[in-house]
Design a protein around this ligand. Structure first.
Ligand SMILES: [Zn+2]
Length: 298
């Protein structure tokens, strides 16, 4: 699904939020452009507009909190979403990392009842970034050890590209075999596969031969992203269900490590298959929590 952003006037919504017991922060967002004045900090500006610092940084592609007087900042506006069959208000809230209360307040809903085709707004200022994992060092031990033995060309890896496998069965070995049978002589198209607990551990990170040999990937149509994007595949079909919490925690741990600690000489940007190969795939599926990952890696 494309996240269409719209500018919406929302006078009086903050008051409603207070009346409904919701956090006023979640409801005071207003789209627009703000010009930085002397003495402003990113935190002040975010607070004044009722958005999170992460959302503000994401909307303006800022990698640090540094801003300059006179700089124009886009204030993020809410994300429009059309309810589909099978959605519940709770599932929409979880997927987008907002509370049920924030979602109801933003959309003036007095009950949890929603209808297919109904238009909702996800309050941009209320989106919580994807959570940090609890035991990342144990999950990453194999990856850290294997990577320390590699000779990585500094500056090469500019992106991480997230995928789902589209099926519930399988692991790195099974997909490696399938990709070889499809004529990919380097085998498994991804660098890493994160299990769902069926044919590998829930949240287990398996390392593919291409990472060990530092070969180009085969996971997208784009040559650039195969050469410069680290392919990470989550086992499962996220068109049909949500990814599990353990799987997402491992994904977060792996991307955190690749960005902040791995010897890459880059801080690879987060992207997903459907954003790279536009109009060719739904991968990693409609239930992947895009907003939460965008917020974390803004
Ligand atoms: Zn994919």
């Amino acid at each position: 699904m494309t996240n269409r952003r719209e500018f919406i006037a929302r006078t009086g919504v903050a008051l409603l939020a207070l009346m409904a017991g919701g956090a006023p922060l979640s409801a005071a967002t207003a789209g627009g452009v703000y010009r930085v004045r002397s003495g402003d900090t990113l935190g002040d500006i975010a607070h004044r507009h009722g958005v999170s610092v992460a959302a503000l940084k994401q909307a303006n592609r800022l990698s640090s909190d540094r801003i300059l007087v006179g700089q124009k900042l886009v204030i993020p506006s809410d994300i429009a979403y059309v309810v589909r069959s099978g959605d519940t208000l709770g599932s929409i809230a979880v997927r987008n990392g907002v509370t049920l209360t924030a979602l109801k307040v933003r959309n003036n809903l007095s009950s949890d009842r929603i209808l297919v085709g109904q238009k909702l707004y996800i309050p941009a200022g209320a989106i919580q970034p994807a959570a940090a994992p609890a035991h990342s060092s144990a999950v990453l031990a194999g990856v850290v050890a294997a990577t320390s033995r590699l000779n990585i060309r500094r500056g090469r890896w500019t992106h991480v590209v997230v995928h789902h496998s589209g099926i519930e069965a399988g692991n790195a070995k099974a997909y490696d075999g399938a990709h070889r049978r499809r004529g990919m002589t380097n085998g498994l198209a991804y660098d890493f596969v994160i299990g769902n607990g069926r044919d590998s551990g829930d949240g287990e990170i398996e390392i593919g031969p291409r990472w060990h040999q530092q070969l180009d990937g085969g996971h997208v149509r784009s040559d650039y992203y195969n050469a410069h994007g680290i392919g990470i595949c989550l086992v499962g079909n996220f068109e049909k269900r949500r990814p599990g919490a353990t799987q997402l925690a491992s994904l977060t741990a792996l991307i955190d490590w690749l960005r902040d600690e791995a010897p890459l000489g880059t801080k690879p940007k987060f992207t997903v298959h459907r954003w790279v190969d536009k109009n060719h795939t739904v991968c990693p599926g409609r239930h992947f929590p895009y907003a939460r990952f965008k917020a974390r890696y803004a």
